[in-house]
Design a protein around this ligand. Structure first.
Ligand code: SAM
Length: 188
């Protein structure tokens, strides 16, 4: 097995390293529910996941996946934009996962956007408990993707280092514009 992991796998490794059973975790982009299911398993029977998506199809796909895995009771599915997460979450969060871009198998024009992504990131950083992480997998192969990534890099490189540690994980020699990963840890 390769030692260097792809960004999607690394995101999960960072989240798994910090989330304990019984905690609250957020999937900011539920999509087809793979990350939501991963988080549901991680928080355990006493934990909770809040999963956001603006597309009905994504909420339905995620719901189906969770039901099949008998994990639906651990998850609240929120059919609203992640930029509104502060209206739904009223306790500290151990991890927030973003997987940006479009719904695989869905409309490629319905993508995450810099303005709402940055608003959700700000909310997520506020809600994060000390030692918690936000992971963001971002893509540059679709229209608007490079601008979204640039906006995130601009915002994150200005974060106060006494409060947050920020990592940019990217594979340099891959074809077809692979995703890259941003990880933000709230310092204790
Ligand atoms: C790449 S997919 C996510 C894949 C997902 N993490 C998975 O495991 O299957 C990106 C998702 O972000 C959603 N999205 C776009 N804008 C959003 C917003 N403002 N709030 C929440 N979700 C949004 C899209 O509808 C799409 O389903």
């Amino acid at each position: 097995m390769a030692v260097i992991k792809k960004p999607l796998k690394m995101a999960r490794a960072y989240v798994a390293a910090c989330v304990a059973g019984g905690e609250l975790a957020v999937d900011a982009t539920a999509g087809n529910g793979y990350d939501t299911l991963f988080l549901a398993r991680l928080v355990g029977a006493n934990g909770k996941v809040m999963a956001f998506d603006i597309q009905k199809k994504a909420i339905e796909n995620t719901c189906r996946r969770l039901k099949a895995a008998k994990m639906l009771s651990r998850v609240t599915l929120v059919p609203d934009g992640h930029e509104n997460m502060v209206h739904y979450i009223h306790q500290p969060v151990a991890a927030v996962m973003f997987n940006l871009g479009y719904l695989p198998g869905g409309d490629h024009l319905l993508v995450t956007r810099p303005k709402t992504t940055l608003a959700a990131l700000g909310a997520g950083l506020q809600l994060l408990r000390p030692g918690g992480v936000v992971t963001i997998v971002c893509y540059t192969g679709h229209q608007g993707g490079p601008e979204e990534k640039a906006a995130l890099l601009g915002c994150l490189s200005g974060l106060e280092q006494k409060q947050f540690t920020v990592l940019h994980y990217t594979l340099l020699n891959q074809v077809n514009e692979p995703p890259s990963l941003l990880v933000i840890e709230k310092r204790t």
